[in-house]
Design a protein around this ligand. Structure first.
Ligand code: ZN
Length: 62
């Protein structure tokens, strides 16, 4: 028996919510863990704002 699956490429329109969510999560992970004011230009504000999250995730902090 020959299996002929009719595979269609996923339209970008349907892929977009997943891409936006992924980009958002990457941005949040970056801001919580690595930024430290380097790009956001908030100085220690973001660092202090997300301080508990940093320690919860075991990110090197102080
Ligand atoms: Zn800390």
């Amino acid at each position: 028996m020959q299996h002929t699956a009719d595979v269609q490429p996923l339209p970008l329109r349907e892929l977009m919510p997943a891409l936006i969510l992924g980009a958002f999560l990457v941005l949040m992970i970056y801001l919580v863990q690595f930024d430290q004011g380097a790009i956001s230009q908030t100085g220690v504000f973001l660092h202090e704002l997300m301080h508990d999250g940093r320690h919860l995730l075991g990110v090197p902090c102080h």
